[in-house]
Design a protein around this ligand. Sequence first.
Ligand code: GTP
Ligand code: MG
Length: 382
Amino acid sequence: ARGASLTDFAEKVGVDAAQLVQMLFHLGEMVTATESVNDETLELLGEELNYVIQIVSPEDEDRELLESFDLEFGEDEGGEEDLVVRPPVVTVMGHVDHGKTKLLDALRSANVVDKEAGGITQHIGAYQVTTDVDDNERRITFIDTPGHEAFTAMRARGAQATDIAILVVAANDGVMPQTVEALNHAKAAGVPIVVAVNKIDLPEADPTKVRGQMAEYGLVPEEYGGDTMFVDVSAKSELNLDRLLEAVVLTADASLDLRANPTQDAQGLVVEAHLDRGRGPVATVLVQRGTLRVGDSIVAGPAYGRVRAMLDEHGDNIEEADPSRPAMVLGLNAAPGAGQNFIVVEDDRMARQIAEKREARERAAMQAKRRVRRSLEDFMAS
Ligand code: GTP
Ligand code: MG
């Protein structure tokens, strides 16, 4: 019961809403029956009515909502035998101007297959590259986030999108405040870190110093007997990019069991979404399990729709997207927020019902917040 209206609450506890309005009036709160109230007010009412009120987290509430449709987000269906190896999902993090964007661009062009396939590469917030490691073609998915805000936003929503973090440190600048922040985020998420010591083309680059600094923060290079891989790179001169990709693959193989069930209905996360003038809402999603197909009914946060078309990072149409594959999805009725989950459901009706419930809840929570702010302002003014 979060950000619920008094009417909702009255129904739940089996009393008259008007009675609650009166009760709150006596307690010094002016609320109408249809207005949303905050958690504290609900707790207050609960005490008055001798009820134990349990405030449910938004995550739990959403879990309950999905359960009521016989759905679950986050677990692969089936058993061990249904799981298939999936590519690692990698996020690039680091201090401002240390070369995250440049490195992502360079890694993308280091793609060994279908380099020219779709012509101009589009910015879709995530992309997959195929690399050769020991003559094996290996795919790696990169999430292209502006700084680590998106990473934090996803984590705050309980969504773990990343398997491995590449921490970029410019060799001319060394460890900076956001390097440490990024490092702490990755550690808190329990994600293995590969350090890319960037800008080694510069004469003042001092990659040895970077290693020493990072060791102080607990990331001891392998060559010093630690277990963190450091790769000296230059995004600008495209130096050692293959070695960086190899380090990612080795890290995935050595410390992660990356598997997913490709046969179930697809689930995953929204990486970014926006309203395109011509195409309507466009969402870049990362498929985490299952296979997403054109024609699927999906609900993504408070948005829903039928997948009308899917595009890959080259802007080419694709019919399906398997685990760890990012895809641009057209056909939603609105742009969901970064980090919100998406689920393929039985039909459009179910997608709409879930989306509308989430929408109503988000609206109620906003209202409750506004109400608190308003009464605070009144209080300050008086
Ligand atoms: P923010 O997104 O602002 O946090 O920066 P960023 O980490 O994405 O850095 P970005 O890729 O924009 O690069 C910052 C500057 O460093 C740009 O002028 C790049 O051209 C330059 N740069 C990036 N990589 C290298 C490199 O390997 N060598 C040299 N010399 N310059 C580089
Ligand atoms: Mg950048």
